[in-house]
Design a protein around this ligand. Structure first.
Ligand code: ZN
Length: 503
């Protein structure tokens, strides 16, 4: 507008001056023209001086946080000219921080500096972004809680919002739910993500045996399959789908395995086994007449196998051509080869028990029987041999079992025999688990205990570190051989050498 006025004035003044020049004769019109011209000139001069520059920008301007690094260039016109490059800007703006900032544009003019103020708003209108770790759709078993795979939050204003995410669960159906992740930044922008969790059946059904997990059948008696039931958390009763395999040949004594298998509709398989022990119950070969095997020495080693002692004992036995008996405990996969070696070298493997812990094994007849049948099974897996020879931890005369089950030894000593086992105590003790301090003690205890008029059942140990027995063994064997004894491992004709029962 100002420019238009200015232009008109310039043009008017030109016309006025031309007219004044043309009119030669003095008259009022001429004077009037002249005065008008002077006024015009003055007006133009004043206009020129007081004219303000035009700053082409708004009073308020806003930028998204973190996007710009500087203010947009301001266009300034002054007397038809673009003087944008003469503009100075005052005031700081932090483009990375939400807030209101004041800036001033300063333009030099004839009358000094012209100033225009502006409010610069740095705003955040962008929602934070939640990025999920893991899959957007997760499948888990119906009985599990989803374990959060995690997420990261990024925000344009660099706020740390990681800890402020809220996760809510939204049921979709009984086999599916959604996890809704939300987060809000300080400018109230809301970030959002969701994950679908599908519940599937990964749990095998449960098989329950009808009857015991170990069944004892006398030779030639009939084994009646008692069956099993199966249930699945999702598919319900699956008893009809159980497949039974394995057979018990009751015409042959031994240990048999019946396997029950069932799959649910999601192909999860469950398996359970039952051990059927067929034993010769018609004539339990209990022979307590130790005199029938006069002068025989049964070397027995309890509590093995141990990697430090057992191989060396086997070496000595091998060198001397002597067979012995090992009443073993549960063994590691590393020591499996020792059990194999004992068997392969003609020694007898007896069952001391899967565990030696009195408190656990002497709880009840069942816990005791499980303790020996569990190891019996394992030995069978290792060697193919079903051992029926056992030795009670602590011996059948132990009193420690009284603390856990009164009278249990009275029952057990009959029960193990009724179930087809033979148990052996000892009548010569090396003392290597107690009083004997040196190899000489072990040697003395054994050699003094030997008698020619009976079978001699010698208690020794091949547990880890038992060097006193290891170092006495050669001499004991030499003593026995020199003095007319014979050595044997326990076999079907070995008399059951037993203690009196004290519980
Ligand atoms: Zn023992």
């Amino acid at each position: 507008m100002l420019y238009l006025v200015e232009t008109i004035l310039y043009v008017s003044i030109m016309i006025a001056l031309i007219i004044v020049y043309k009119i030669k004769k003095f008259n009022w019109a001429k004077i009037g023209m002249l005065v008008a011209s002077i006024i015009f000139v003055l007006a133009i001069a004043i206009t020129f001086v007081v004219e303000k520059p035009i700053v082409q920008t708004k009073d308020n301007i806003s930028y998204e946080v973190g996007v710009n690094e500087k203010l947009d260039q301001v266009i300034v016109k002054y007397h038809f000219m673009d003087v944008s490059d003469k503009v100075k800007t005052e005031g700081e703006v932090n483009f990375n921080k939400v807030g209101n900032y004041k800036v001033k544009y300063i333009v030099p003019t004839i009358l000094g500096n012209y100033t225009k103020e502006q409010t610069v708003e740095i705003v955040d209108t962008t929602a934070p972004i939640i990025t999920l770790t893991g899959n957007e759709t997760e499948e888990i078993s119906y009985n599990q809680e989803y374990k959060e795979a995690g997420y990261t939050v990024t925000d344009n204003s660099n706020e740390d919002l990681q800890e402020t995410v809220t996760v809510t669960k939204e049921e979709v159906s009984n086999t599916e739910y959604k996890l809704i992740y939300t987060v809000e930044d300080s400018s109230h922008n809301i970030g959002y993500a969701e994950r679908t969790v599908k519940l599937i059946d990964k749990v095998a059904p449960t098989i329950k045996l009808k009857g015991g997990s170990t069944v004892y059948i006398k030779l030639n008696e009939k084994y009646t399959e008692q069956g099993a039931t199966a249930t699945d958390e999702i598919d319900g009763d699956l008893t009809d789908k159980i497949q039974t395999s394995g057979k018990a040949d009751t015409s042959k004594s031994g240990s048999y395995t019946i396997t029950y298998t069932v799959k649910d509709n999601s192909e999860n398989e469950a398996k359970k086994t039952r051990t059927v022990v067929v034993y010769d119950g018609s004539k339990p070969s209990v022979n307590t007449n130790a005199g029938s095997e006069k002068g025989v020495i049964y070397l027995t080693f309890d509590d093995g196998p141990s990697s430090s002692i057992t191989p060396k004992i086997l070496d000595i036995l091998k060198a001397k051509g002597v067979k012995a008996t090992f009443f073993i405990l549960n063994y590691s996969s590393t020591n499996e080869k020792l059990v194999k070696r004992e068997f392969d070298e003609g020694h007898t493997i007896g069952i001391h028990g899967y565990s030696h812990e009195y408190k656990a094994i002497y709880q009840s007849v069942d816990t005791y029987m499980q303790n020996i049948t569990k190891l019996q099974e394992k030995i069978k897996k290792t060697t193919g041999y079903t051992s029926i020879y056992t030795r009670f931890p602590g011996g059948s005369s132990n009193t420690v079992s009284r603390n856990y089950c009164k009278g249990i030894m009275t029952v057990l000593t009959k029960e193990v025999v009724a179930r087809g086992f033979k148990y052996f105590d000892w009548n010569v003790s090396s003392g290597d688990a107690g009083g004997a301090k040196t190899s000489q003690d072990v040697y003395n205890n054994v050699t003094k205990g030997l008698k020619h008029n009976r079978a001699n059942m010698v208690l020794m140990h091949d547990f880890s570190g038992n060097t006193k027995t290891l170092n006495a063994l050669s001499d004991i064997i030499d003593y026995g051989l020199k003095n007319g004894y014979t050595f044997s491992s326990i076999n079907s004709s070995t008399p059951m050498i037993t203690h009196g029962v004290n519980n």
